[in-house]
Design a protein around this ligand. Structure first.
Ligand code: HSE
Length: 433
């Protein structure tokens, strides 16, 4: 039976995502009401620039006082799409204190200080939903928190940043250099004027922290995530990857250690074989592979950013939270019961592709191989090519078997000290085999 009294929603932020949320709430009002069992009403919209014209939004709802809005006491759900740490954190915790549940798209805040939010939600008996914080429209948080709640997730491997995927895709398929591909991403509106958060891997690392925490039922913060961006990936790396039947992707990888006693979370560029499903994720799309003990391998694919796709995730959460409100219940809260420690990058075990510039003379290959052996890193393949200009140097490409990251770092450090090694041109991990 439909309740006639509407559920009241406060929207914090009315930018690309917020305006889409407001638009869909209006245009799909009847469907949303039917699915929830009560109408939902936009009761206030907090913005920074009140003079901006916002089509379809009653100007009487606009306020610059977000704090007064969340304190009103008659708000059922606060939708937070302003991003950043403060004032978002205080607004969310204040909303919980004043009776509202919260839907948030704020990955930076959840990765930095999710614990404060979870604890506040639990203390006040409210919901905190955040599907939109990771990979836009792609359902990932709900599948991990609910659909896979009876399984054991061992690994989450994904492309969770569209801007960097677009850049790497252009470098791979159009042969563009990094700067040229970044310029194209900026012109198309994928990369921001300051692209640091995307290209240096901060955005992906925040998403990795959130996913690892949910997947392994433990607390993982942004600082726990090893992070390397794509700014040093070169056309030569893409060419090397192609020679190996691979491409290069910026991957977020969250893993349970083989002994099950710790987890790791990392973001870095990596070579993956063209046969891996993630290799075919093109342009600005996102895709996440989840490996669970009973379910096996699952792949989630779709648009990871943009106003409408992100609003879709927000509205899905809004419907769920409203249903919970009507049932006088709450959905899943924080689950950090395993309290697994987060291991350092040195503990990660994977394969490596190392490009060296070496002197082209007898004994050099043996010398290089010895350094790998001394550090317990087993070589899988070696490819050597003398330079055409006859300068006495050769390009040496070594691909290893699986080894701990610390062992590889030790190997590279020792290689750099060899007189015959003129330079370490690149080191890239090889994943997904
Ligand atoms: N800037 C992100 C991306 C979207 O390029 O995927 C927001 O997380």
């Amino acid at each position: 039976m439909m309740r006639t009294r509407p559920l009241k929603v406060a929207l914090l932020g009315c930018g690309v995502v917020g305006s889409e949320v407001a638009r869909i709430m209006t245009t799909h009002a009847e469907d949303l009401a039917a699915r929830i069992g009560a109408p939902v009403e936009l009761a206030g919209v907090a913005v920074r620039r009140p003079s901006k014209v916002r089509a379809g939004i009653d100007p009487a709802l606009i306020t610059t006082d977000a704090m007064a809005l969340v304190k009103r006491g008659d708000i059922d759900v606060v939708v937070e799409v302003i991003g950043g740490i403060e004032p978002a954190r205080t607004l969310i915790t204040t909303a919980f204190e004043h009776g509202a549940s919260v839907v948030s798209a704020n990955k930076a805040l959840l990765a930095e200080d999710g614990t404060t939010l979870y604890e506040a939600a639990e203390r006040h008996g409210r919901d905190l939903y955040f599907e939109a914080a990771v990979a836009g429209a792609i359902p990932l948080v709900r599948p991990l928190r609910e659909s896979l709640a009876g399984d054991k997730v061992n690994r989450v491997l994904g492309i969770v940043n569209g801007t960097t995927n677009f850049i790497l895709d252009r470098m791979d398929t159009a042969g563009s250099g990094y700067s040229e591909a970044l310029d194209e991403a900026t012109a198309l509106g994928y990369a921001e004027a300051d692209p640091t958060a995307d290209v240096e891997g901060f955005d992906a690392a925040a998403k990795a922290a959130i996913l690892a925490g949910i997947a392994f039922h433990t607390r993982v913060r942004l600082d726990d995530v090893h992070r390397e961006g794509i700014t040093e990936v070169t056309s030569a790396d893409l060419a090397s990857a192609q020679k190996m039947g691979c491409t290069v992707k910026l991957l977020a990888i969250c893993e349970r250690a083989a002994d099950g006693l710790s987890v790791t979370a990392r973001v870095h560029p990596a070579m993956i074989p063209l046969s891996h499903p993630l290799a075919s994720v093109r342009e600005a799309y996102n895709a996440v592979f989840v490996e669970a003990e009973a379910a096996g391998r699952l792949m989630f694919y779709g648009p990871g950013a943009g106003g409408a796709p992100t609003a879709s995730a927000v509205l899905g959460d809004l419907v769920a939270v409203c249903r919970n409100k009507l049932a006088d219940a709450t959905g899943p809260g924080e689950s950090a019961y395993t309290q697994l420690p987060v291991g350092a990058m040195g503990e990660v075990v994977t394969r490596y592709h190392i490009s060296l510039d070496v002197a082209d003379k007898p004994g050099v290959l043996a010398q290089v191989a010895t350094v790998f052996a001394e550090h317990g890193v087993s070589i899988d393949t070696v490819r050597q090519k003398g330079r055409q200009d006859g300068d006495g140097e050769a390009a040496l490409v070594v691909v290893t078997h699986r080894a701990p990251d610390a062992a590889l770092s030790g190997t590279v450090e020792a290689l750099r000290k060899l007189d015959t090694v003129r330079g370490v041109a690149s080191i890239m991990r090889v994943e997904g085999e």
